[in-house]
Write a protein of this length. Structure first.
Length: 117
């Protein structure tokens, strides 16, 4: 089984439809892809649970997902996709069912390893 290059937390750095103040209003906006083809995301007041799969498109991995969640108190659902660019950053699109669509960019959060002295 190949290693999943999407695993981990990706901090949202830019979105087409929303500015950074909204993206980071509750906490820094993010996508988190876990094992078992599941993940979560949050930006602004939007929270979602994802079900994803990775396919190869033009020789590169591309993650496609569906999601359910809420925007404040309203239930939401939709779909999206993401790919990792040559610079190591993630680019993708998010589409709410019967609603807004937006591209996004994200940067992988690097875990800092503390060494014992």
């Amino acid at each position: 089984m190949e290693r999943n290059p999407f695993l981990g937390i990706w901090r949202i750095t830019e979105m087409e439809q929303w500015d950074p103040d909204f993206i980071n209003v509750e906490e820094q906006g993010y996508f988190k892809f876990g094992k078992g083809d599941q993940g979560i995301f949050q930006f602004g007041y939007v929270h979602g649970d994802m079900d994803y799969e990775i396919e190869t498109v033009e020789g590169k991995p591309r993650l496609e997902f569906s999601f359910i969640g809420n925007d404040e108190t309203d239930e939401i659902n939709g779909r999206g996709w993401a790919r990792i660019e040559d610079d190591g950053k993630m680019f993708g699109k998010l589409a709410f069912h019967w609603g807004e669509r937006s591209w996004f960019r994200a940067k992988k959060k690097v875990k800092r390893i503390r060494r014992k002295k």
